[in-house]
Every structure is written in structure tokens, then in C-alpha cells.
Design a protein around this ligand. Structure first.
Ligand code: 5AD
Length: 469
């Protein structure tokens, strides 16, 4: 049977989609390979969130196409995912060596399409249509991947799409309207994973805190004129569907840890904050995208919260869980961002003291409202702000990592350290990577280690202190 190489760009949702496609292909008898050199089929699962990600995938495909035309004309080349969705057939017009373009609601059709192309019954296939119920099709897992090592952690997709319509963001156009799977369906998938040895599950979606808000899709309806709506869960006693889902997953025996990504700040109502106190398997980590520290920018971005509200969430979370790790996403150089707006972002970073901040230079995305806004900033300004914020965020993070030195912390051992295969790695509940001298028998174990030193966004633990056996 043919061999397949899948290269994934972008976020954890994309990683998860690639895994599901890989599992689907393995079930059909394809073999997975870890290098494109020996593959009969090469698939690039793409990202559209910034221009750079698109250019990387296009450049890669150009190189592959040049190689294939010369040396291996029978190799099948395909684009999947977000850029496939937003550009569709245009990709084949531009790169005629590409055989397959599969959009974000059609991952489950990939194996069938490859069969058709490989058997010669069809030459080129582009499918970027919407499909009702596609949110429930990302469910197959590959728990021992191409490396054949057992997985301790797994990702479970709970919803697809986003209706937030932040003015900078292409996701509502590449991933479509919000659609959620049912709680029983998700719990069944999680149970199955746990029965196969998984200890930690990360619930995934483009805006997980909006889980279950729209149980039926309305593909024909235009975006709401007030997409920010009320603060979800805020000031209401009822539990949001997302918190109900957390409770249901929490019931699963044998599951040790629950994570989720990505939430929206508006979803941090009191019910979710309380959940951190009530549900011991919900780890002390929150990735809460702030995007900016300036209210003026937050408004232009259509984020639906203020700086004060954001700070309030952080304060409440830290009251419930003082040791919580907080990470974030920040955009610098959004259209119209003044020096003063940027200073407010710097001061937000100082005030919150994020454990980790992903900082992005604003990238113009076609057909998003921000692309048409006045006062687009020169690249040099974006670069300079990016550097300044990065320097500050790294200083703050380094101080927060330093605080772990000399302390004991619990980790879940995931496997070998990627940088040094002789070592093992795990993560703390607050999402910090810890590397230590261990062995395969520690994989999947919860261990208490003493932290001896820090590296760049890594902690080093000394197993000798605690004793591993
Ligand atoms: N330019 C720069 N960064 C962006 N992000 C989303 N869209 C853009 C854009 N047009 C960032 C946001 C988001 C993260 C996944 O990517 O910070 O949270």
C-alpha cells in the first residue's frame, strides 16, 4: 500500500486534524512515513492565520513540485486545512502539480479522495464545501503515531468554527460557523482514549468557551450585528455548556488531567472560575488570549472585553488557584495602534506577569475588516514593538520559571525529551515542561520531582532527590 507523509503547519487544532487523517489512512492500509523522501503521497496541512504561515506552505509545495516533476512524477501532492479552505482551486491554478485540495470540513474524505487519485479514476480533486455534521468526524486517534510510542496525552476536538469575528482574524472564514459535538459523543471518545492508556486530555476548539452555544448550525444566517453579545456565563447562575462538558469529562475514571484550548476571555464567567476550584483534574493552567492592553485597540479588534475585565479574570483565577500558569497571545502593530496603546500592552504584560506570551506582528488577512482599516503600520514599527514586548515578556517569564527552582512539583511523564532523546520529559499541571534523567518505565506516570534549574522555557528536575522507584 502507498506511504503517506503529512506535514502540519499552525495550531493544535491542525495537529489534531492531521492525526485524524493519518489514523484514517492507516485504517485503510496506508503506511505513515516520517520523511517526504520516501512518500507516495505528501500532504501539507496548512495554516492561514498569518501571511507568513501561508507563504511557508506555498514555498514548501513549490519545492516539492519541482522535485516531483523531475524525479518522481507519480507522487501525489495535496493541500489540506485552512489555506486549502480559503484559497481552494486557486492553489491548483497556481501550482498545477498539486492533485488534491481538501478543506476544513472535509478531512474525513481524504482517504477516499486519495484512493480515487491513486487508482486513476480521478485526476484532480478540490473539495472545500461545507458539510453538515463535519464537527463530529474528527474522532480517530493514532495513539502510537509514526514513532510507535504509546501516547500519554491526547487531543479531543469538541467544536469547530468561530462566530466571534475579531476584526483581524481569518478563522471564521476558514473554519466556518461554530458547531459543537454532543457531550455524550465527546465523553465516549475520551473514555475510549483513557481505556487505551491516555492520562491527560486537551479539549480543543477555535473558541472552546462557546462550546454548545449553538447546537444547530445556521449556515445561511449572516454574522450577528452584535457578535460580542453578553459576557457568557457572567453574572448568570446557570452553568455554561462548556462547564457542563468539563464536569462530564471529569467523571471519567483513570483520567488524571484535563486541559483545554483556546478559550475566549468572555467565556471566563464565574462558573468556569469556580470549576478550577471544584474539579481537581482541571489543571492550573489557562491560555487566555489578551491580544492588547489598550481598550481602544480591544474595541477596534472586536474583542468584547476591556483591559479591566481581563485583569479581573486573572485576579479571580489567581484567588482560586494561586499557582495557576497563565499564558496569552498578543498582537502588536494592529492598524491605528499608537505608541500609547502599545505602552498599555507593555503595562498589561507587567501587571499580569504571564508565564508565556505568544507575540504576533499584525498580519493583514484578506477580506477581514481590519485589512480595510486606516493607519496600517509600517513593518519597521511592528518589528520594533515585537522586539520590545518580547524582551519584556521573556524577562517576566524567566523570573516566573526561576521561582520553581528548589521546589517540588508534580509532572505527568509524556515521553522522551525532543532535544535529548536520552532524557525524559513531562509537564507540570501549570503547563511547564520539565526534563529529567529517567527511563521508558516512567512514561505515563505522575511523579514528584525537585526542580534544580531552569533553561529557556524549560525546567530541569532532579530525580535523585525524590527517588524514582
Ligand atoms: N495577525 C497577527 N496575529 C494574528 N492572530 C490571529 N490573526 C492574526 C493576524 N491577522 C493571532 C492571535 C490569535 C493567535 C492564534 O494568532 O493572537 O490569538
Amino acid at each position: 500500500m502507498p506511504s503517506v507523509y503529512i506535514k502540519t503547519y499552525g495550531c493544535q487544532m491542525n495537529e489534531r486534524d492531521s492525526e485524524a487523517v493519518a489514523a484514517q489512512l492507516v485504517a485503510k492500509g496506508y503506511s505513515l512515513v516520517t520523511s517526504e523522501a520516501s512518500a507516495d503521497v505528501i500532504l501539507l496541512n496548512t495554516c492561514s492565520v498569518r501571511d507568513f504561515a501561508e507563504q511557508k506552505a506555498i514555498g514548501k509545495m513549490q519545492n516539492l513540485a519541482a522535485d516531483v516533476r523531475k524525479n518522481r512524477p507519480e507522487v501525489v501532492l495535496g493541500f489540506m486545512g485552512c489555506m486549502a479552505q480559503s484559497r481552494g482551486k486557486e492553489l491548483i491554478d497556481r501550482l498545477p502539480d498539486v492533485d488534491l485540495v481538501v478543506g476544513t470540513q472535509k478531512f474525513h474524505r481524504t482517504a477516499g479522495y486519495l484512493d480515487e487519485i491513486l487508482s486513476g479514476s480521478r485526476e484532480k480533486i478540490v473539495d472545500v464545501a461545507e458539510e453538515q455534521g463535519s464537527e463530529a468526524t474528527i474522532r480517530e486517534h493514532l495513539l502510537n503515531g509514526a514513532t510507535k510510542e504509546k501516547s500519554v496525552t491526547a487531543f479531543v476536538s469538541i467544536m469547530q468554527g468561530c462566530n466571534q469575528y475579531c476584526t483581524f482574524c481569518i478563522v471564521p472564514y476558514t473554519r466556518g460557523e461554530e458547531r459543537s459535538r454532543t457531550i455524550p459523543d465527546i465523553v465516549a471518545e475520551c473514555r475510549e482514549l483513557v481505556s487505551r492508556g491516555v492520562k491527560e486530555i486537551t479539549l480543543l476548539g477555535q473558541i472552546v468557551t462557546s462550546y454548545g452555544r449553538r447546537t444547530t448550525p445556521h449556515p445561511a444566517s449572516p454574522p450577528s450585528p452584535h457578535p460580542m453579545g453578553r459576557g457568557q456565563g457572567e453574572g448568570r447562575s446557570a452553568k455554561t455548556p462548556f462547564v457542563q462538558l468539563l464536569e462530564a469529562v471529569h467523571e471519567i475514571e483513570g483520567l488524571e488531567r484535563i486541559r483545554f484550548t483556546s478559550p475566549h476571555p468572555k467565556g471566563y464567567g464565574d462558573d468556569l472560575i469556580d470549576a478550577y476550584g471544584r474539579l481537581p483534574k482541571l489543571v492550573e493552567h489557562a491560555h487566555i488570549p489578551a491580544q492588547s492592553g489598550s481598550d481602544r485597540m480591544l474595541k477596534l479588534m472586536h474583542r468584547g472585553y476591556t483591559r479591566e475585565r481581563f485583569l479581573g479574570i486573572v485576579e479571580k483565577l489567581r484567588r482560586v488557584k494561586p499557582e495557576i500558569g497563565i499564558s496569552t497571545d498578543i498582537i502588536v502593530g494592529f492598524p491605528g495602534e499608537t505608541g500609547k496603546d502599545f505602552e498599555e500592552t507593555l503595562s498589561l504584560a507587567r501587571e499580569v506577569e504571564f508565564d508565556l506570551a505568544y507575540i504576533f506582528k499584525y498580519s493583514t488577512r484578506k477580506d477581514t475588516p481590519a485589512a480595510e482599516m486606516p493607519d496600517q503600520l509600517p513593518q519597521a514599527v511592528k518589528e520594533e514593538r515585537n522586539q520590545r514586548l518580547l524582551t519584556l515578556a521573556n524577562e517576566i517569564a524567566a523570573r516566573r520559571y526561576e521561582k520553581f527552582v528548589g521546589k517540588q512539583t508534580q509532572i505527568l511523564v509524556e515521553g522522551r525529551s525532543k532535544r535529548n532523546l536520552a532524557r525524559m520529559m513531562g509537564r507540570t499541571r501549570c503547563n511547564k515542561t520539565v526534563v529529567f534523567d529517567g527511563s521508558e518505565r516512567h512514561r505515563g506516570q505522575l511523579m514528584n520531582l525537585k526542580i534544580t534549574r531552569t533553561g529557556s522555557f524549560t525546567l530541569y528536575g532532579d530525580p535523585a532527590v525524590v527517588g524514582l522507584d
